[in-house]
Design a protein around this ligand. Structure first.
Ligand code: NAD
Ligand code: UDP
Length: 321
């Protein structure tokens, strides 16, 4: 990436800010586009004074303009947590449709490689386990989660069409649940929610009976996989995710014990269409990208708990502290 000029849409978000940092660390020049709909400028605090970094405040669904050459477009702009996309259903669909079109048009105009941050949600509530990339998924197109799942499915189709019809060098990564520092305490995703609750001594809200599974990937590993895809010429899709599958109840118990919390577990209603099982088949990532996750769940959770504890997460929503 040394010397490359990279546009990162959604670069102020949880994953995006880590991607920007990794790119700057690798000697790239980064143009970060974001409207902060689901993030705060604090995520970019360590970047704004870097000479190779610039921030452009814009809604990518309205249009994207970047002057000068661009070697790579990483398209991450989209609400990603269920709480966010259920609060912002139409914005989410616009980010997936108009936003992805605009990001692909930028890549076309500049002759840049384009990488889409897609998601394991394209598999929906999967009927195959673990999920290989050739599994087509099981998504309810009018269910509550569909605004996100179908937007990403559309984004994948659009990327493939720009590849075949316009010759854009596209790549698709399907990212599975990632976690780490800079997740928002109130974004509703399972790891920050349980950590916030455990640190505050509040009950940990386990959905259903907690037997549903997720495979968690530490952010540094996810960023490594995304950038490995960016540096290749593979179209994908390639799964990027963790290798250690846990039930949600087991995760709650682990976080409770590692924080020394006396919080109890409270079972709450399972959200509609909540996937039962999720684990990536990582054969393709390993074969094509020579990538595999390295950070153990216990180490990644410890780093994340430490960050939340240091950040003084106190149950007050970001922006109101
Ligand atoms: P996030 O909400 O922290 O980051 C998304 C960023 O995109 C935010 O900074 C937000 O303000 C910005 N954004 C949203 N809509 C925008 C628009 N129209 N114009 C400009 N900026 C906009 O979420 P994240 O977890 O960092 O996810 C980043 C990307 O990775 C998303 O595309 C998401 O679908 C994908 N992804 C993430 C995960 C995960 O576990 N974190 C898993 C699968 C896929
Ligand atoms: N979950 C939970 N309690 C919470 C938040 C989430 O039990 O406070 C569950 C959720 O129902 C799902 C899993 O944890 O089964 C992962 O949820 P998350 O929103 O993090 O990601 P996704 O469902 O998109 O995989």
């Amino acid at each position: 990436m040394n010397g490359a000029r990279v546009v990162v849409t959604g670069g102020a978000g949880f994953l995006g800010s880590h991607v920007c940092e990794a790119l700057i660390g690798a000697g790239a020049e980064v143009v970060c586009l974001d409207n902060h709909v689901t993030s705060t400028p604090a995520n970019l605090a360590g970047l704004v004074d870097e000479p190779g970094f610039s921030f452009v405040s814009c809604d990518v669904s309205d249009g994207i303009r970047v002057d000068g050459p661009v070697d790579l477009v990483l398209h991450l702009a989209s609400p990603a947590s269920p709480v966010d996309y259920l609060r912002l259903p139409l914005e989410t669909m616009r980010a997936g449709s108009a936003g992805t079109t605009n990001a692909l048009e930028l890549a076309l105009e500049k002759g840049a490689r384009f990488v889409l941050a897609s998601t394991s949600e394209v598999y929906g509530d999967p009927l195959r386990h673990p999920q290989p990339e050739d599994y087509w998924g099981n998504v309810n197109p009018i269910g509550p989660r569909a605004v996100y799942d179908e937007s990403k499915r559309f984004s994948e189709t659009l990327s493939s069409a720009y590849r075949s019809e316009r010759g854009v060098d596209t790549g698709i990564v399907r990212i599975f649940n990632s976690y780490g520092p800079r997740m928002r305490a109130h974004d509703g995703r399972v790891v920050p929610t349980f950590i916030r609750q455990a640190l505050a001594g509040e009950p940990l809200t386990v959905a259903g009976d907690g037997s549903q599974t997720r495979t968690l990937c530490y952010v540094a590993d996810t960023v490594g996989g995304l950038l490995a895809m960016a540096g290749s010429d593979h179209p994908g899709p390639v799964n990027i995710g963790g290798s250690h599958e846990v039930t949600v109840l087991e995760l709650a118990e682990r976080i409770r014990s590692m924080t020394g919390s006396r919080s109890r577990i409270r079972f709450v209603d399972l959200p509609e269409n909540d996937p039962r099982l999720r684990r990536p088949d990582l054969t393709r990532a390993s074969r094509l990208l020579r990538w595999r996750p390295r950070v153990r769940l216990s180490d990644g959770l410890a780093q994340t708990v430490r960050w939340f504890a240091d950040a003084g997460i106190d149950g007050v929503p970001a922006g109101q502290r």
